[in-house]
Design a protein around this ligand. Structure first.
Ligand code: FES
Length: 255
């Protein structure tokens, strides 16, 4: 198929960006979206032009590195699919496709389609871990965990941290990401010791960088792992409980 691409080109964080138009011919319907961009870059390289910068790593939908706005939608038209797993058969011959980086104040553009997602790292650094030494791997059934908790923790742990939730949200909120990262630890026995500290620290770090959630639900629709916004309600409930469970952390010592 032949396509026309409008791609955001920006030489650096402080440079002014603009859309550039590229015509691509003979794109395979079986190519992934990133392979199609590779094809464009090979042509640009051959012409001595700067290739389009875009993030990617696993190309298997698991690392969360890829992610662009395709025709105004994070990761493009196929629900529950990361950009690297999107195939060109979802488009038609002759289509014009607009490709942009995530648009969010907390994710400044570094170059072309690459944004700085380090505020997500700040949230994880503030509490998205377990500090207890775990030793060697214990028997899987040594600590009984209720099936419901296991299933929910696994669903939350599916978050790949791509940032589509932030890009989709009109408030650039990161509540779905933060809620998933909190839930997958707070739901399990191993996560209980630091549950309240973790919840307060991660929510308050999130609030330093990102907008507030007003329940638009765009995040759930854009998420390539289809993480449920129920986790946001669960995080909010844990945050309220943490005010009482952990008064010294929240300045409520006199309760
Ligand atoms: S490149 Fe790893 S999720 Fe797309």
């Amino acid at each position: 198929m032949d396509l026309t691409l409008r791609v955001w080109r920006q030489a650096g964080p402080k440079a002014a960006g603009d859309f550039k138009t590229y015509h691509v011919e003979d794109v395979s319907r079986d190519a992934s979206f990133l392979e199609m961009l590779d094809q464009v870059n090979e042509a640009l390289n051959a012409q001595g032009e700067e290739p389009i910068a875009f993030d990617h790593d696993c190309r298997e939908g698991i690392c969360g590195m890829c992610g662009v706005m395709i025709n105004g939608t994070p990761h493009g038209p196929q629900r529950g699919t990361a950009t690297c797993q999107l195939h060109m058969r979802k488009f038609s011959d002759g289509d014009m496709i607009t490709v942009e980086p995530w648009r969010a104040a907390a994710f400044p553009v570094l170059r072309d389609l690459v944004v700085d997602r380090s505020p997500f790292d700040r949230i994880i650094e503030s509490g998205g871990y377990i500090t207890a030494p775990t030793g060697s791997a214990p028997d899987a059934n040594l600590i009984p965990v209720p099936k419901d908790a296991v299933d929910s923790a696994f669903d939350a742990a599916a978050c790949i941290g791509c940032g589509a939730c932030v890009a989709a949200c009109p408030n650039s909120a990161a509540n779905l990401f933060t809620a998933a990262k909190i839930a997958h630890l707070n739901l399990l026995p191993q996560g209980q010791a630091e549950r309240w500290n973790r919840t307060v620290a991660m929510v308050e770090t999130m609030e330093e960088w990102f907008g507030s959630c007003t329940n638009h639900g765009e995040c759930e629709t854009a998420c390539p792992q289809e993480i449920s916004i129920d986790f946001i309600a669960w995080m909010n409930a844990d945050y309220v409980r943490a005010q009482f469970k952990n008064p010294s952390k929240t300045g409520r010592d006199n309760l």
